[in-house]
Unconditional design. Structure first.
Ligand SMILES: Cc1ncc(COP(=O)(O)O)c(C=O)c1O
Length: 396
């Protein structure tokens, strides 16, 4: 196919975004660091999601890190130090747990939604379990009624990583509204972008107040709770009130430019998601199910990518599959979300000495035979037809 190419993402940054940036740059007395636009974006994002509060940060991984730091601050029972996470997730979900001094407890994922196996989650809950950190991978909803019921009954926190699933729903309600905290990423390759960026959302006032402090050096003056601020200033009389640092953290702030782009991108998020969902259904329905797993549960899903899981278990055939994609200029990533089984990554070696990697069968399958390719709003049915044709002609 001459001149054919299918990138992971196409034109996620539009000319109207450039106009918004220009407007900011042309202002008199220009302020570019975090200010009014950031607050406006946070309010608009909260309205779109259906939560009370949000905190705009400089990446999805910063949102992950702040969320787990927050758990550490609000956790009263220090014997609770385990957080259950899926083996298929982004590196920062697990690193946030480790870097905050908690123990990650791993579970396998389901092939039909790439999210954590909730039966395994329930089995691994014990007296030390502080939280479940779910990843709604690649646009799929990972929640079910049973897990929500168990977590509520056992008073275990749910944190939702929705960095890959903006707009997906469970029981017609947006995911990211079920947990005590949820995280989103606005990296270029996701549903919407602020170039780099992320959001922490919550209905919990205390969580919201602390998130503002954690975003900005742990600085008390960022607090949204003026009574609390006064109390601390009084307590630390020897400190300059503008330089009181409450918690160990870093600077995770974003900018007015990022916020202006975010507000503009948010305007087309719903319509773009509808296009993506239509594309996704077409793609899955036309893929040859004798060659590719197609039993995905796309109820409420909002996919920014097309997942592909090969039915074969032959590495030779897999390598041939990759060669054909490269030849046809179809960009791909192996391992679906985050490169497959996180337990195989070098950064985790010292933390998982007694864990048998191969027991997590589904993530192992995804690690070696799972892929994703792009699904962007400007993608037309004709092009999907060509891609499906290439895939369905491959011999396994
Ligand atoms: C599930 C998940 N969580 C967190 C992140 C981190 O987001 P960011 O790249 O904005 O740091 C990503 C990134 O792609 C992700 O896929």
């Amino acid at each position: 196919m001459k001149n054919f190419s299918h990138p992971l993402m196409d034109n996620n940054f539009t000319s109207s975004d450039i106009l918004e940036v220009k407007k900011i740059l042309q202002k008199k007395n220009i302020v570019l660091t975090q200010s009014k636009k950031v607050e406006e974006f946070e309010k608009k994002w909260s309205q779109w999601l259906g939560v009370k509060y949000s905190t705009f940060v400089n990446s999805g991984s910063s949102a992950n890190f702040i969320s787990i730091s927050l758990l550490k601050i609000i956790n009263k029972n220090k014997n609770k130090n385990e957080i259950i996470v899926p083996t298929l997730t982004w590196v920062s979900d697990i690193n946030s747990i480790i870097m905050n001094g908690f123990k990650p407890v791993f579970v396998d994922v389901n092939l039909n939604n790439l999210s954590m196996n909730t039966d395994q989650v329930i089995k691994k809950i014990n007296k030390k379990t502080l939280a479940v950190f779910i990843t709604h991978a690649q646009g799929f909803n990972g929640l079910d009624s049973n897990i929500l019921k168990v977590l509520k009954k056992k008073k275990i926190h749910l944190i939702e990583d929705v960095c890959e699933s903006h707009g997906a729903t469970f029981n017609k309600k947006k995911i990211g509204t079920f947990g005590i905290i949820s995280n989103f990423s606005f990296y270029y390759a996701h549903h919407m972008t602020t170039i780099e960026g992320g959001m922490i959302s919550t209905n919990d006032k205390k969580v919201y107040e602390i998130s503002k402090i954690l975003r900005s050096h742990g600085m008390l003056r960022e607090s949204k709770n003026k009574i609390f601020e006064k109390k601390i200033i009084k307590k630390y009389k020897e400190l300059s009130p503008k330089f009181i640092f409450l918690y160990p953290t870093l600077n995770f702030r974003n900018t007015e430019i990022g916020a202006a782009i975010g507000i503009n991108q948010l305007r087309s998020l719903n319509s773009n998601n509808l296009k993506r969902t239509k594309n996704f259904k077409y793609f899955i329905e036309h893929l040859d199910s004798s060659k590719y797993w197609n039993n995905f549960d796309f109820r409420g899903s909002s996919n920014y990518a097309f997942p592909i899981i090969l039915n074969t278990n032959s590495l030779v055939k897999r390598n041939n599959f990759e060669k054909i994609l490269i030849k046809n200029n179809i960009e791909f990533r192996r391992g679906n979300a985050g490169g497959g089984n996180q337990l195989r990554q070098p950064y985790l070696k010292d933390f998982i000495k007694n864990i048998k990697i191969k027991q997590f069968k589904n993530v192992e399958k995804i690690h070696f035979f799972g892929y994703y390719i792009g699904n962007y709003p400007s993608l037309k049915t004709n092009k999907i037809k060509k891609i499906v044709n290439v895939l369905n002609r491959i011999k396994f």
